[in-house]
Design a protein around this ligand. Structure first.
Ligand SMILES: [Zn+2]
Length: 81
């Protein structure tokens, strides 16, 4: 039955007989701690993604700065000649 699947809490894998029992479980310290740990994991994953994105942007920025310097140098050469 699909309804009973919804009454299983992912923190402990236990099935609760009715929604009221599941809601009561959600208020327990064990569940709150689990929720907090999940949140910390999510934040950690997001931080890692942002660090990777930041590294990629730094590399792109370095390439762009290099190209600008190259173009600026070419322009100066053209002005001299
Ligand atoms: Zn739980």
């Amino acid at each position: 039955m699909e309804l009973s699947v919804n009454l299983v809490c992912p923190c402990n894998g236990r099935a609760y007989g009715c929604e009221k029992l599941l809601k009561a479980h959600h208020k327990t310290k064990i569940h709150k701690n689990w929720e907090s740990q999940q949140l910390q994991k999510d934040i950690h994953i997001k931080i890692n993604r942002l660090e990777i994105e930041n590294d990629q942007l730094k590399r792109i920025n370095a390439i762009l700065v290099e190209r600008i310097e190259l173009l600026t140098g070419e322009t100066k050469k053209l002005k001299v000649n």
